[in-house]
Every structure is written in C-alpha cells, then in structure tokens.
Design a protein around this ligand. Sequence first.
Ligand SMILES: Nc1ncnc2c1ncn2[C@@H]1O[C@H](COP(=O)(O)OP(=O)(O)OP(=O)(O)O)[C@@H](O)[C@H]1O
Length: 688
Amino acid sequence: MLDLRSHVARIVTSANQLAPAAGDFNVPRAADSMAASWRRCMDGYSFDPGAKFRIEAVSDAELRRQCEANDELIHYARPEIDALFGAVSVSGFSISLGNVDGYIITERANYHPDFYSEVERPGTAWAEPSAGTNAIGTCLVERRPVGVLTNDHFFYEFSALSCASAPLFGPDAELIGAINISIRNPELQRETLKVVLGLSSSLADRIGERMFRQAFRRCFILKFAIGAVDHGLIAVDGDFQLVGLNHAARDMLRDRIQLARVRSLWAVFERDHRLADLSRLGGTELTLHLQKGGDAISVSLSGPLEAPARGASAGSRPAATPFAAAPPAGEARPRPAAAPAAAALPPRAAPRVLTLDDCAGSDARMAANVRLVRRVLGGSLPILLLGETGVGKDAFARAIHEESPRRAAPFVAFNCASVPDTLIDSELFGYGSGAFTGARREGNAGRLVEADGGTLFLDEIGDMPVSQQTRLLHVLESGEVTPLGAGKPRRVDLQVIAATNQNLEAQVARGQFRQDLYYRLAGAVIDIPALRARTDRRALIEKVLSGLDAGRGLTLSPEALALLMAHDWPGNVRELRHALNRAVHVCEGTVLGCEDIAIRPAFPAAGMAIGGWPVAGGVEAPAGEGGIAEAQASADAGSARHAIASAEREAIVATLARCGGNVKAAAAALQLSRATLYRKLQRYGIST
Ligand SMILES: Nc1ncnc2c1ncn2[C@@H]1O[C@H](COP(=O)(O)OP(=O)(O)OP(=O)(O)O)[C@@H](O)[C@H]1O
C-alpha cells in the first residue's frame, strides 16, 4: 500500500498519460482501464485524489425500499451467493450485491474486524460518480468485470480494500447490478485478486443464467461457451424462433442480429437437420455441435422447465425486442430503467409502509392484535411479535411505530441473527472513540442510542447470544446504556418491539434464553397467524396482487385462486408476494392462470420422516433374534433407512423448490432449525 503522496502522484501521472479520447471519458481502453477510470474521476466528476473522502449511505428506510425494488434479483442471487460464501469467507472475503445504481443492497460478510470494512455495509453508495474508481462502480460504468487492488481505488480512504466485481445482466440483457467479492487486506496480491475476479464473474454468470431460465421457462434453451467464462444463452420456441438472448449471446451475435434482423435460430447457426422436432426432447439435455461461420460450436440444448401455455407462444414474456443488440462496450448507454426491453415488464408498484389496519385485514385474530397494540401505544411497554417467517412481523412493527406518538423519532431495526455474535455488543450498545483495535475513530453510538425517543425493533431476538441478553436486560431495567469505553451511562427512552419465529418459551426451558428477559420483552404479546390460518386469505391474496400489478387490473382465474388458497405457504406473505410478483411478470393477458404461478401443490406429509413429522408404515425394523430373521430384519432396517433418507432428501428438495430456494422458509416448513437443515443439505449434497 502506498502513502498518500505516492498514491496521488501515481493516479495523476497515469491519468494524464492516457490520451483523452476526444473528450469522451467513457471510452476505456482495456490495457489502462484504471487510468481511464481515474481520468473520468478527475475530469468527469471533478474529484481530487488527495481529498478526504467519506462514503455516502442511504437511510434504513431507503435501503429497505431498494431491496423491495430489487427483490427478484435478491431472490435469485442469494442462494448462489450463499453457496460461494462458505468457500471464500474462510480466506476473509465477503460477497455483496450492488444494484444498478451502485448501492450495496445485500451482503454475506465475513465480519472479522481484520477483514471487514464498515464502508462496505449495505446502503453505501459505490457508483463511480459518487465514490470514484472502485470495483462495483467502475464495473457498472464499463459493463465488464473489474478488479480494484488497494491503491487502484481513486480515494486514499479505500486503499486498504481490494475488490473484484462483475456485472449482472437480466434476462433481457439489461444491466441490473454487480456482484462484488472483497476484503480489507492492504497486502493482497494482484494474482489473488485475479482468481477472485474469476469467481466473481462465474457467480454473476450463474445468477444471470438462473434468471434467464426462469424468465424463459417455457422455451428451449441453448447454452454455449463464449471465451473462458461467459455463457451465451438463447431461448427459442418449438419452431426454432428466437425468443430471448442473454447479454453474452447478444454481444457475440451482434453483427448477425443487426444485419439480418433474424427471427430464426437458423439464421444464427447453420441449420441442423437432425433437430427437426423439439417436442421429442422432453426433459433431457443434448450436447450438439452447431456450425457458425465454419466453426463448430458446442451447444447444450435443454427443454422447457414448464410446458408452454395452450394457445400461447412458448416465450414466457413478450418477445418485444429480442433482436435489439446491446450497444458496443464503451458507447453511451441509456439508463437500464429506460431500456426498451425492460419497459416490456410491468413497472413495480412503489412499496409503502403498511398501517395497522392494513396488517389486520379482516382476520379476527389480527383485529384483536391491533386492538391490544392500540391500547398500549404511547407508553413504553415492550411488545413481542411472534409468528412464522414472512407473516409480516417487520411490517407490523413499522406500522406500530407509524401510529405511535413516537413516529417523528427514529425507527431503528436491528436483526440479531444477521450480525455475528462478536459484533452485537458494539453495534447495539455502541462504543466510544478508540475503544478497541479496528473501532471507528469517531466511535459508534449504537442502535439503542440511535433509537432514543423512538422505536427499537429487535428482529430475530431468539438468536441473541446469552451474554448480550444480560446487557439488554440491564438497559431495559435501568433505562441506561453505557457504550464500551465511553465511561458515562446515557439515559434512553425507547419503545422496544422484539420479534421472533422461534419458540421462546421452549428456549427458556432449554436455558438458551433468559427467563427474566423473556418476561421483560413480553409486555404485550402479539401472535401473528400464518397465512394458511388467516380467515381473510382470499382478500389478502387479492390485495397483494393489486399492489404488484402496476394498474394492469390483473385478476386470478378461479383455478389459480383455488391453487393459491390450497397452498400451505411456509414462507407466508413473503412467499405469496414472490409467487405473485413472478406471475405478474410472466402473465401475457389480464387473467393470471395456474401456469403463471410457480408453486407446487401442498407437500404430502404421509410417509415422510422429517423433524417431528409422523412416519407412516412403521419403517423401524423390529429387534431380531439372530440368524436369518435377524439378517432379514437388519436388511429391512437398512432398506427402510435408505427409504427414509431418500424420502427425506426428496422432501427437502421439494420444500426448497416451493420456498423458492429460501433456506429459512424451508426450515420453517420442515420444522427444522436452520442449522439442521444446512447439515442435511450438506449430507445429501443438495445445493440451494
Ligand atoms: N398484511 C399484509 N399486506 C400486504 N403485504 C404484507 C402484509 N404483511 C406482510 N406483508 C409483506 O410480506 C413481506 C414479508 O413481511 P415481513 O418482512 O414483515 O415478515 P416477517 O414476519 O418480519 O419475516 P421474517 O420473520 O422472515 O423476518 C413483506 O414484503 C411485507 O411487506
């Protein structure tokens, strides 16, 4: 890592050596991509590499809005990020997801203070015009994978960081965000960063492929390698007509597509007469060698994930602009939101904070919950929200705050499960300046102090470690918090709302949760019913749909409504929202049918040996007495165990699919703890 003076000298000299390309700072030349970015920073954004810099971050409310606006991207990215995280976190790396505007919207972080930097937390703004040369921002500008090692960052403040980002492209080839793998390590070697950049690119590729296959799930998909990592994907209907091309395929085939305005696959590749009838492909995958300009290209061809709707084209979405080629790298590009292909999708409804009446709907239990809350509003009696994942505990907590006399003061949410045990103390209770190595110079007020006068929402309270439970109990009893190393206690006036989907009483009985804290938090206990148990399920389904259809007035066919009503919704309203959101995007008319809804029929419980579920048919072998009988019994037991294991595996796969890959929701549906489910996933080799 260089000192400040050498850092500035290197940037200024390199940027000045780069010949300006006719005043267009957006044209990078591959060999000096950092210099091109540095030049953009100095001449385009008027930044000074020697100036002090502080990263901007959006508020929690804005971050939440951005997450909602990108929920589909997060939904597909999260399982892939989780799968890679285990491998990279042992070396200290974190993985984050940036949206198209360069804000980090979610992360799987290695929070070890030696490796993690607070500047990369969710909500921070990394667009190049905001933060100078950096992996996320520069990769979004240049639309290619970018590794930024220590002093390659424009601002000296980031020179302990090394980051590798790859752009994410959506099914219509539009830029939708960036994957970033990063570490705080001033000694990181450039060679290591190159390897990490490869991981970042293939992660972005896999996420893009997931989204493409889902968007064109009623099409045949051709996948072919372009270069070392990029994968071209083409979706065709049963007549080989092009329906969709991903970003890599468009780049590769640009000339052809622009010149010929082709509609058929056979204008791109030479016709292969062995491929006469796609309907015979079924669920299999074929490897073919198709000819293109004298070269044989290895292509894998797979059948649709779903049967095409009768009378509809095989494409899941209108093929409005499958032939509009992306502009060449470096050319000025329209903002993705305005791109014609993206415009084919219905716009999203702006999410709004739900009121208590919205949360209640017309369900009698919810109405009683709201009456109870209204009686205690205004005091400081703690409120405990119980309910399965996705029932709306967070939404309910925000609605309480909005209706309380504290609404002008902050609503501060703290998720006890997503912050590692070692950081809960400093994040929640705060610390004074220089309290420990790695602490921020100016100290950290902590969430309790930030929420003073307002509401502190402690989500997933059941995951709070016992040592922090003791500190929290002390704050609730004394009304005072003493940040680490700050000396003097500070009085705080808070409405505390805690939430959990765990059985706190059972945790108390097992000694995992302090009984005195439980009684403290359980001032008013609100049990939010699961979606399947709500009597106003139908109205709620219709309300969620109308909030997502952006004024298209979509309705549900009677069969689709029956399917939604019969589903058991392990992920509750969140799962419902995801299912309807996807349906809204793929529906071609104004009536949503069963074929638009990606859920499976309710899970068959009979015969499954999962968690506390019953096992039908007596699979335990009786104790034998030796000889043939014992051998038989042991063989039976062996095959019974095998049968149980394969039933269990099948059930986990089915449940995960139903929960859209969400491990937390699947664990809740299977009545397993998340840790147990992860163990089983590993044992059965199931990747999420
Ligand atoms: N009554 C409702 N009407 C419309 N949308 C709702 C309602 N309740 C919840 N939602 C929506 O469902 C989704 C999940 O809600 P929320 O995050 O509040 O659930 P949760 O119980 O806190 O989940 P978790 O336990 O996993 O944190 C959110 O998008 C929320 O806006």
